[in-house]
Design a protein around this ligand. Structure first.
Ligand SMILES: [Zn+2]
Length: 391
């Protein structure tokens, strides 16, 4: 009997699995719901051993892209039926993954269910927001620059008040008002239905993930056709030309909302931040220089300090690792649209990279120091050589 097929669907002796559907297969008897206890010894011998094989040295799974922690696979391997232990990692992973998936839905599956749950129950207020309609969303000058699609065209409408920070007028007032009303409508629905909503990030208690309420496709288009052309020109060193994923949300600030936002970097390659309104004072963004993960806490240079006051409808585009925070919104309410734009290509490359001197100021400094040391050492070598020749 082939090892490849037998363990997956039927037991080694040809018996069908004792249960079917989501509960079939099992890690051990204890994982099963009550009432299935009798059956558990049955499939624990089919799929996994009841007691681990402690003499077996499991494979390492750390270099594989998996839905679950590689450590889970290493531990689980000791429970594999003996006929599987000599198999390749790929066969073992496949077998174990199949078991794990029955018990633990992946993050992606959970997200899909969560979104489905909202989309099938929440009634949008402005359906026209859910499909990209550029001439209704953006101001004419912005559209013109996008259509021209040249650096000069972008420079005509964009201001760069500090290196790597780009500001421009982007959204029509009517679009801002509709989006504000949509978010308010959604929050009312959440209140009424006591829906357990997931907030945009760990730092904000108030805010709505637009991708979760059905705007993912529209925001995909926004990134692809309206952010990427600009970031391609201004952020090529961090994957600005290959943005292919995003996290889109709105944040609310005010006395009964989040008040301020601590110093941080975004989980993005490029961030688009557009103020939607309403009336407010305070809430300035402060920027403190671009740093890689390793240097995120390194010192701030005075020339890197830049403060920005929001204007409704206006966008600010910056490197995701440009360290920043938001000062307290001292009166009124401020609501901003955030798009964390990501590049999977850049993220893959970054994994194997240690030097980010093309964009991290601290990496740049370290590189210069290395070069100086190298130059000094070479000079010393040369001098020594000359002295030896002279003597
Ligand atoms: Zn660095």
């Amino acid at each position: 009997m082939s090892h490849h097929q037998a363990p997956r669907r039927t037991s080694p002796d040809g018996r069908p699995n004792p249960t079917s559907g989501a509960q079939s297969g099992g890690i051990s008897g204890s994982m099963n719901a009550e009432g299935q206890q009798e059956a558990s010894p049955f499939y624990s011998t089919d799929r996994l051993l009841l007691n681990p094989n402690s003499d077996h040295k499991p494979d390492n799974y750390e270099d594989l892209e998996l839905d679950f922690s590689p450590l889970i696979f290493s531990s689980l391997e000791r429970y594999l039926p003996p006929n599987l232990l000599a198999e390749t990692r790929v066969v073992k992973v496949d077998y174990m993954r199949d078991i794990l998936l029955r018990y633990y839905p992946t993050k992606l599956q959970k997200q899909r269910e969560y979104r489905q749950n909202i989309v099938s129950n929440y009634q949008p207020l402005h359906r026209e927001l859910y499909t990209m309609k550029a001439e209704d969303f953006f101001v004419p000058l912005f559209l013109e620059a996008i259509n021209t699609n040249t650096e000069q065209g972008f420079r005509n409408i964009i201001v760069e008040p500090s290196p790597g920070i780009f500001t421009f007028e982007m959204l029509q007032p009517r679009f801002c008002q509709m989006l504000l009303a949509e978010v308010e409508n959604f929050e009312n629905w959440v209140d009424e239905t006591k829906f357990k909503v997931i907030r945009p990030n760990t730092m904000n208690k108030y805010g709505t993930v637009l991708d979760d309420i059905g705007m993912e496709t529209m925001l995909d288009k926004l990134v692809e056709n309206f952010v990427c052309p600009i970031s391609k020109v201004f952020f090529p060193e961090v994957g600005g030309s290959t943005l292919d994923a995003h996290h889109g949300f709105v944040l609310e600030y005010g006395f009964d909302r989040d008040v301020q936002l601590g110093f941080h970097v975004d989980d993005s390659e490029v961030t688009l931040n557009v103020c939607l309104g309403k009336q407010f004072s305070g809430g300035e963004l402060f920027f403190r220089g671009v740093r890689c993960e390793k240097h995120v806490n390194s010192e701030i240079r005075s020339e890197e300090c830049f403060d920005y006051s929001h204007v409704p409808g206006c966008a600010i585009l910056h490197h995701g690792h440009h360290r920043h925070g938001a000062r307290a919104t001292v009166s009124g309410h401020r609501i901003n649209l955030l798009l964390w734009c990501r590049s999977s290509v850049f993220r893959e490359l970054r994994k194997h990279q240690k030097d980010f001197s093309s964009w991290c100021r601290e990496c740049q400094r370290e590189k210069r120091e290395r070069q100086h040391r190298h130059a000094a050492a070479t000079k010393l070598e040369l001098l020594r050589g000359q002295r030896e020749t002279a003597s």
